[in-house]
Ligand binder design. Structure first.
Ligand SMILES: Nc1ncnc2c1ncn2[C@@H]1O[C@H](COP(=O)(O)OP(=O)(O)OP(=O)(O)O)[C@@H](O)[C@H]1O
Ligand code: SF4
Ligand SMILES: [Mg+2]
Length: 328
């Protein structure tokens, strides 16, 4: 059966300055060779540290960022090959809840106008639009009095709910949830996660759930993709990745979460000085080699291929954690 969404070899380059390259001489690859599928009603988690490209990938899926390479197949149709006019019928089905809901809202619009915006764009008539806005507000647990308020008058949790209501307005088949609970206290996080579960219990909405914390993402996601430096390094069933991570970076992410460092990802990937191959030569091989405690000669010489394992699990590593080969 054709999956709802299939990414094939997607790459995104940015020509402008970034944290990685403040003054780039040429375009910088932010995402490289991203391939995965997502089925109707499925939740896939996307984890990785800050700057790994999670938001860029979410935006490339909803076509807010146009991929430089590869295909983004929506029920077999390549969205990346369509122009803005061709994308128009697909837009209502692809929605994103933004990492910073305040930044994504027009501060001059009321909450009513913000939630109604996608309905207006989809040319939903006025009375039907008002009815749908009221029911969305109820769904996300916001007081009807909030409708006449401005975004600045709401708390972070309330804004997150407004972002969710707006994203749900057109009944999307896919919601990209970009860290929808970041910055919220534990009880609000739990309420939003439960709400997302409830929505999925009564619909076939698929989620791409983006987060830093693998264990937390696995609360909603059955399958998880781990991103490092714009590359997928491991993907597979959430339970397998949490219990027996194969890629050293996945294991480091889990350790970092266990140590309470959930916002920034594994500290060692930022703090370790760049390593070189014995002899002082830096070569191109595994993208994670400079940070990997298991790196051996082969890792510096050759990038590891993606190896499929049983149960839809795959990993890009010459010496996976869960085998005894990597006694570096
Ligand atoms: N519009 C842009 N132009 C140039 N570079 C960008 C742009 N947006 C993002 N980047 C760069 O792309 C890389 C990936 O950014 P992205 O926001 O996708 O990461 P992320 O994994 O979502 O990080 P975080 O966890 O902090 O949200 C970063 O190095 C970032 O600086
Ligand atoms: S291929 Fe080598 S350097 Fe890369 S993650 Fe695996 S062990 Fe580490
Ligand atoms: Mg992000």
């Amino acid at each position: 059966m054709t999956p709802l969404l299939a990414l094939e070899g997607v790459g995104v380059d940015y020509a402008g300055p970034s944290r990685l390259a403040p003054r780039p001489a040429k375009a910088v690859a932010i995402l490289t060779d991203i391939s995965f599928t997502l089925d109707r009603g499925e939740t896939v988690g996307l984890v990785g540290e800050s700057g790994s490209g999670k938001t860029t990938l979410g935006r490339a899926i909803v076509q807010m960022v146009r991929p430089t390479r590869g295909r983004v197949l929506w029920e077999g149709v390549d969205l990346a090959a369509l122009d803005e006019r061709g994308l128009r019928p697909y837009r209502p089905h692809l929605q994103m809840v933004f990492q910073d809901p305040y930044e994504a809202m027009n501060p001059r619009l009321t909450i009513r106008q913000i939630i109604a915006e996608p309905l207006r764009l989809a040319r939903v008539p006025g009375a039907e639009c008002a009815r749908r806005v009221a029911s969305l507000l109820d769904l996300v647990g916001l007081d009807p009095a909030s409708l006449s308020r401005m975004p600045r008058e709401l708390s972070g949790g309330q804004r997150q709910r407004v972002g969710l209501a707006r994203a749900l307005a057109t009944g999307p088949a896919l919601l990209v949830l970009d860290e929808p609970t970041s910055g919220l206290d534990a009880s609000l996080q739990a309420r939003i996660l439960n709400l997302l579960r409830d929505i999925q219990d009564t619909s076939t909405t698929s989620y791409l759930f983006i987060g830093h914390d693998l264990a937390a993402v696995s609360y909603l996601a059955r399958r998880i993709i781990v991103l490092w430096g714009g590359h997928i390094v491991e993907q597979g069933p959430a339970a397998v990745l949490v219990a027996t991570p194969a890629h050293p970076y996945t294991a480091a992410l889990l350790r970092a979460a266990g140590a309470g460092n959930q916002d920034q990802g594994p500290a060692h990937t930022k703090e370790r000085p760049p390593a070189t191959r014995p002899g002082g030569i830096v070569t191109i091989g595994c993208v994670y080699a400079r940070h990997c405690p298991r790196a051996q000669d082969l890792c510096w010489a050759e990038g590891p291929p993606f190896r499929a394992r049983a149960g839809g699990h795959s990993v890009a590593c010459h010496y996976p954690q869960d085998t005894d080969q990597g006694s570096a």
